[in-house]
Design a protein around this ligand. Sequence first.
Ligand code: NAI
Ligand code: MG
Length: 357
Amino acid sequence: MQATIALLPGDGIGPEVVAEGVEVLKAVAERYGHSFSFSEGLIGGCAIDAHGTALPEATVEICQAADAVLLGAVGGPKWDDPKAKVRPEQGLLGIRKTLGLYANLRPVAVTPALASRSPLRPDLVEGVDMLVVRELTGGIYFGEKTSFYIRPDEEQAVDTCVYTTSEIERVVRRACELARGRRGKVTSVDKANVLETSRLWRRVASRVVAEEFPDIQLEHILVDACAMHLLRRPADFDVIVTENMFGDILTDEASMLAGSLGLLPSASLGKGKAGLYEPIHGSAPDIAGKGVANPLATILSVALLLRYSLGLNAEAEAVEKAVYATIDAGILTGDLAPAGQARSTKEVGAAVLERLG
Ligand code: NAI
Ligand code: MG
């Protein structure tokens, strides 16, 4: 197949890890007879330096014309002035909004080699294979915000949590479709004992599953209980679907099951096929430019890109297998390797390519 992939390497280690992702895409194209073309844009701090904005119009156009977007990371101390009007993360929020990306997917899989390095007991995390689907464009993060003085000595701040039926339906549908390709189980997480938006969420989720996905096993759990069960019985989860803020918190918790930020990919999907794929970690300024960053989260993001935007499932699985084989072979960057045995970003990238049979 032919596809155009927009590359937004961004700041810090972003360019180093995206370079390894591109090598994997080129290898997949060659081995499976596809033709991928790449177009590169600036986002985040580097875009601010060049154009005075974190999301230049040219970058938006490159993304809109592409079949998928691969992003590194944005930000760093150089642009960290909290009072600055132009900030790197505006690039990220802006591109998600422009592309209408309402579902954020974060898979967490723990192989035996990773289980032995998890902060949790290996027997608890071994076999974990879950996919968290977080609603990305609604809820309290996007509701109306105000703060004002109700008395000269008393300030009040208000955040508003808003969800509509259709916003809930589309993300629950997405989660159910994804579950069909997995173990067929969806856990919907809310706080329906307290929040009105959660009561709506639960009603809508129940109806969508009953009407459209009778083959899916749906369970509802409260977010506080979910936080506990993620540590107590993480291997029981298949697909978790939840609203924006709960998802933000639970995905960080779930990410630690696998042990390192440097391993976890994400996909953000919308109406169209063109999704945005990025590692969940940031620009890691402390290690940027040294060639030691873990490229596996980005390479696993490439696998998600192949699967969800290009529909290339066999290719996606081959990339994932090559990554896990690299981990099992102990070819690891410093975030995971025992002292003195760390390999460079490029060495780990090359080890994945070698195993991409
Ligand atoms: P971070 O994820 O960049 O780094 C946290 C720690 O993990 C650091 O010690 C870093 O060296 C390590 N780390 C991260 N990715 C790694 C990798 N691939 N391989 C090995 N080690 C890795 O988060 P931090 O330090 O809070 O933020 C740094 C900058 O990144 C800030 O400017 C922040 O705003 C930005 N950021 C950007 C994100 C994005 O672009 N999506 C997400 C999170 C933070
Ligand atoms: Mg977060």
